[in-house]
Design a protein around this ligand. Sequence first.
Ligand SMILES: NC(=O)c1ccc[n+]([C@@H]2O[C@H](COP(=O)([O-])OP(=O)(O)OC[C@H]3O[C@@H](n4cnc5c(N)ncnc54)[C@H](OP(=O)(O)O)[C@@H]3O)[C@@H](O)[C@H]2O)c1
Length: 356
Amino acid sequence: MRRTLKAAILGATGLVGIEYVRMLSNHPYIKPAYLAGKGSVGKPYGEVVRWQTVGQVPKEIADMEVKPTDPKLMDDVDIIFSPLPQGAAGPVEEQFAKEGFPVISNSPDHRFDPDVPLLIPELNPHTISLIDEQRKRREWKGFIVTTPLCTAQGAAIPLGAIFKDYKMDGAFITTIQSLSGAGYPGIPSLDVVDNILPLGDGYDAKTIKEIFRILSEVKRNVDEPKLEDVSLAATTHRIATIHGHYEVLYVSFKEETAAEKVKETLENFRGEPQDLKLPTAPSKPIIVMNEDTRPQVYFDRWAGDIPGMSVVVGRIKQVNKRMIRLVSLIHNTVRGAAGGGILAAELLVEKGYIEK
Ligand SMILES: NC(=O)c1ccc[n+]([C@@H]2O[C@H](COP(=O)([O-])OP(=O)(O)OC[C@H]3O[C@@H](n4cnc5c(N)ncnc54)[C@H](OP(=O)(O)O)[C@@H]3O)[C@@H](O)[C@H]2O)c1
């Protein structure tokens, strides 16, 4: 029998933290054992948390006291999940890795360290081997693995599946993102109610930068097409939905490509997590909807057999012989953050980087 792994959730009261608590409370072998925060330290979790997700605070968790973010208090913890805010996360995660802990981070601080994996388990699982280099170079017993920006994942998952099999020329992406993507309390209501808030050039650029890294890793050892030949552009926005980033993608190809074939490719896309039957792996990482007016954020963000873990794709149309259009919908705090982190942990356990 497998032993139960104890997890610490740093930032457990945040919007990503609550999804970790919710998902791990039903996990077959990873249990939330330590909840850490900042302003809520010393108080019972059930009293301070704003449970802005489905269900209720699990009974066995409600009375747990929120503790400080200190590795010395977590001797018996096996995995650290770190949805800490940008800036606060970086040094804390390094400290934990140095002390020997496996750290899975949803924060941006280490996403572009060349020896830190930026992991989407179905797309670039081989990048886990960067951990060996990371440990050697930094003389750490532990390590850091990151998950990409939720917005980047909503595009990278379908684009990665396409990029593997077709001669892609480029993709133009327009995002319509939910409020929870900005954490709690997030955007002032007067900026976003009755409005579409452009997120600006900086957000557009970081989205593209992460997708480029992931696509280049998807195509390892394959020269054709070269990534430098691929153009990507993004225009990002936020609107007043609660969860779920909706993205419109125009994808162009270097040769004639039929939308129907691409649709089949997306429907049949599977990765290592599905082969290994990891507990948080959805049987379909991409769900393709055929109805002309789906996916819709309200109805489809929890789709799939592991709710919120599938990217829902639809409106696949031929624009011209070398261009298709599609839309994608990702649950930003589940597949785009906590669920992606748990799936990464499960893969790290299978690959022997976290002791079973
Ligand atoms: N929201 C998303 O859709 C999403 C998706 C992908 C990645 N991410 C990333 O995940 C991280 C968390 O996002 P979020 O939306 O969950 O944010 P959030 O709702 O603002 O939550 C922040 C959490 O961090 C804790 N915290 C703040 N400063 C801290 C510090 N100095 N030391 C220890 N704990 C601290 C807070 O604890 P107290 O309540 O106790 O103060 C709270 O639990 C960010 O880096 C974000 O970029 C978010």
